[in-house]
Write a protein that binds this ligand. Structure first.
Ligand code: AHG
Ligand code: MN
Ligand code: MN
Length: 338
């Protein structure tokens, strides 16, 4: 009989509380609820055409993107799961125009939850890995009532961040500010099992991740960095680089957490007045927190993502994250070339 001790998510959270002593019961409940909701989303994803979850819905979200059926389903699963437990004051999502305050009939908690319910929507119908991204903030101040203002905190104030990848395995990656832990869903028992603790991103890499079709639109520092990578062994970097672009940020970031690399979705001149494509509060911030906790770096090209003070819930940002030495290099190029 296999006697290896399996640590469940519940046990991990309790042990973290004993070790670090600052994980309130409410936060532990929140993580458990989120993990359970991810299980439901994973089941829906796995059913695919059999569950009638593929294809587009008939609606658009606040960013003017046509919603996929799974964007809507995942959003509903998360709202429903998180409303009644008493652990939240309000939620915000890529798929909801404004914040969703916990209804009066339920007790209100002290935490705020933001999510990208389904990341990588363009990959749903083609059976490629997709995911969900979470950011957890604490409600600051003791004012009664809650508004969008309460959410506009810099990412460094996150109490927790997580993402779930629905791929060949379903994997939940979590930080509570004491390193990064990885859980794999055991489909037979329905339990999230700790499969890696203290995840570290190597400082150096030979792999970059960027949508190359936008090359002609990039700013000079990004162009310079990628040109140098493409120069390979004979070029200024003196080594060959490999390229990977899944098109689901969760999957690209997960690869970087697993074996290193650099991921970029920088500002480009297709939409010069937008700072980038990805959203700060529920895509860039949680990923930046996880990446930093794993020893990597995350900037918008010039400044640390976690230091940006948001002004809008759905604000966008340029993203450069991953192996520290590469992110530092790209950031230096921005400083030099402006
Ligand atoms: P979402 O599906 O939540 O809208 O996010 C998609 C994002 C991100 O996951 C990915 O890195 C990027 O869009 C891909 O963009 P391109 O299609 O421009 O490559
Ligand atoms: Mn997304
Ligand atoms: Mn999404």
């Amino acid at each position: 009989m296999n006697t290896v001790r399996r640590v469940s998510l519940t046990q991990y959270l309790i042990e973290q509380q004993r070790e670090h002593g600052h994980i309130p019961g409410e936060l532990r409940l929140l993580i458990e609820v989120v993990a359970r909701a991810c299980k439901r989303i994973a089941i829906a994803v796995n059913k695919g055409a059999l569950g009638d979850v593929l294809g587009s819905a008939t609606t658009e979200n606040v960013q003017g993107e046509v919603q996929k059926k799974l964007d809507v389903i995942a959003n509903e699963v998360l709202v429903e799961a998180n409303e009644w437990g008493g652990h939240l004051a309000a939620m915000a999502s890529e798929e909801m125009d404004s914040i969703h305050v916990v209804p009066n009939r339920y007790p209100q908690g002290e935490h705020l939850l933001l999510f990208d319910p389904l990341d990588g929507s363009s990959n749903i119908d083609v059976n490629v890995s997709i995911g969900t991204i979470f950011s957890v903030l604490r409600k600051v101040g003791h004012t009664r009532g809650i508004s969008e203002e309460d959410f506009l905190q810099p990412g460094r104030q996150q109490a927790a961040a997580a993402y779930c990848v629905y791929g060949p395995q379903s994997t939940l990656v979590l930080t509570l500010g004491n390193g990064v832990a990885l859980f794999t869903l055991d489909r037979e028992t329905g339990s999230w099992v700790l499969t890696q603790n203290g995840v570290r991103i190597p400082e150096d890499t030979k792999e970059f991740s960027i949508n190359m079709s936008n090359l002609r639109h990039w700013a000079p520092p990004v162009r310079r960095y990628i040109d140098e990578c493409l120069g390979g062994e004979e070029g200024p970097r003196g080594k060959d680089f490999n390229m990977r672009w899944v098109g689901s940020m969760v999957s690209d970031v997960h690869r970087i957490l697993t074996r290193g690399g650099i991921f970029m979705y920088p500002w480009d001149k297709r939409t010069p007045d937008k700072p980038g494509k990805l959203r700060l509060m529920y895509e860039a911030n949680p990923m930046a927190f996880i990446v930093e906790q794993a020893g990597g770096m995350a900037t918008d090209g010039t400044q640390r993502i976690l230091d940006i003070v948001p002004t809008k819930l759905h604000q966008r940002v340029g993203v450069v994250l991953g192996s520290a030495n590469e992110v530092r290099r790209v950031t230096e190029y921005h400083q030099q070339l402006g």
